[in-house]
Ligand binder design. Structure first.
Ligand code: CP3
Length: 357
């Protein structure tokens, strides 16, 4: 049974009112839409107050709390889109790899995946039930968001696989790459499994009401284009294609991806994320005019004085030249001690900018 999506029922694409959704489809907007990766989180006092009582996973397990945290930056900042409060590692819980967010250490996976047997032991995942709390948060949010689009998300197969294999965060991705090069059959079996789970998970989020989705391939820049093409592209493509078939815009994000952008475009996405390591106009011309782009302020610029922030934001907007299909964002997530008033200032600077200035 398929549930029809509101976005499909409303009207032709050209009648969409939301500037964020319009930009995803490269339709003109009055001003550039803006939202931030990690716009909910520890830099906000409201979030820290909830985190004093609940762990990250507990917030996710309580849909009303996840919904409240999702709304915090929407109220405080005036952004053009909300991103669901969840984490790319939540699917690791039903997979059975023993996820823990340890204080000060980031995620730890107690049963990492290293062998074919480990892959075979991964449990089947039914997102509608196993991750039903995520869908419940989405259903709660559609009302209070009152027209602000909600972005659902998942990790891309490579980035999620890297956590499963390494057992946590990594700098070199040595265990991950060693599996690719030394036991390709194990790697491909793991990526088959993960891409199916992640595709089903995104489809479930869209059916629950997410009006756009982002696939986070945060660490894929660790790979050469050749390895991306052989070991990653087909699996990302499967996830992006499944989401796209549901009729919502799809954002494909990575960092350190300058040499990977054309291949990431081939893998899919209506919108490609750009980080700050490449000027926005150069990244966009590598990709071509037939995709939208999202980015690309360095998150560290938010620690600079306001006049410097304004100059950097204007530089990015000038590089976009008012072309339809630019969504303003950072090149990666908001950092922990970022001043909230600087984040709010960026929203205002973006909204006030006129292309001819
Ligand atoms: O506002 C939002 O963007 C929505 C919420 C969100 C979280 N994680 C909540 C979270 C999103 C979109 C993510 C994605 C995510 N999670 C990514 C991809 C994006 C990126 O930053 O590259 C990755 C790699 C993860 C995995 C993850 N989650 C790590 C490595 C950590 C620990 C490091 C850290 O920042 O502390 C987390 C924890 C996490 N997920 C926090 C938040 C707000 C940290 C704060 C807390 O413990 O309360």
């Amino acid at each position: 049974m398929t549930t029809p999506q509101l976005t499909n029922l409303q009207s032709p694409v050209s009648d969409i009112a939301s500037p964020f959704l319009r930009a995803c489809y490269r339709l003109p907007t009055e001003s550039t839409p803006v939202w931030f990766m990690r716009q909910a989180g520890r830099y906000m006092a409201e979030y820290r107050a909830i985190r004093q009582k609940y762990s990250l996973v507990e917030i996710c397990y309580h849909p009303e709390l996840a919904a409240e945290v999702t709304l915090q930056p929407v109220r405080a900042l005036g952004v053009d889109a909300a991103i669901l409060f969840a984490d790319i590692l939540l699917p690791a819980i039903p997979l059975g790899v023993g996820l823990e967010f340890a204080k000060g250490e980031g995620p730890i996976l107690h049963n990492p995946v290293r062998t074919m047997e480990d892959v075979k032991n991964l449990r089947p995942v039914y997102p509608e039930t196993d991750l039903g709390y995520v869908m419940d948060a989405i259903r709660i949010l559609r009302g209070p968001l009152a027209g602000i689009p909600l972005i659902g998300f998942c990790g891309a197969p490579f980035t999620v696989a890297s956590y499963l294999i390494e057992g946590g965060s990594s700098r070199e991705f040595l265990k991950t790459k060693t599996m690719m090069y030394s036991a390709p059959e194990v790697w491909h079996a793991l990526m088959e499994k993960l891409s199916s789970v992640l595709a089903d998970y995104l489809v479930a989020q869209i059916r629950a009401g997410a009006q756009a989705v982002q696939v986070f391939d945060s660490w894929v820049g660790a790979l050469s284009p050749q390895d991306y093409e052989n070991f990653v592209l087909p699996y990302s493509q499967k996830v992006l294609k499944a989401a796209k078939a549901q009729g919502v815009p799809v954002i494909h994000f990575g960092t350190n991806t300058t040499t990977l952008l054309p291949l990431m475009k081939r893998a899919g996405g209506d919108v490609l994320g750009l980080d700050w390591r490449i000027p926005l106009d150069e990244g966009w011309s590598l990709l071509g005019d037939d995709v939208a782009v999202q980015g690309n302020l360095d998150p560290a610029i938010l620690f600079a004085p306001l006049p410097e922030i304004k100059a950097r934001v204007h530089d990015i907007l000038r590089r976009a030249e008012g072309r339809p299909g630019h969504i303003f964002n950072l090149g990666h997530g908001i950092l922990q001690h970022t001043p909230v008033d600087h984040v709010k200032a960026v929203v205002d600077i973006v909204h006030e900018f006129k292309a001819d200035r």
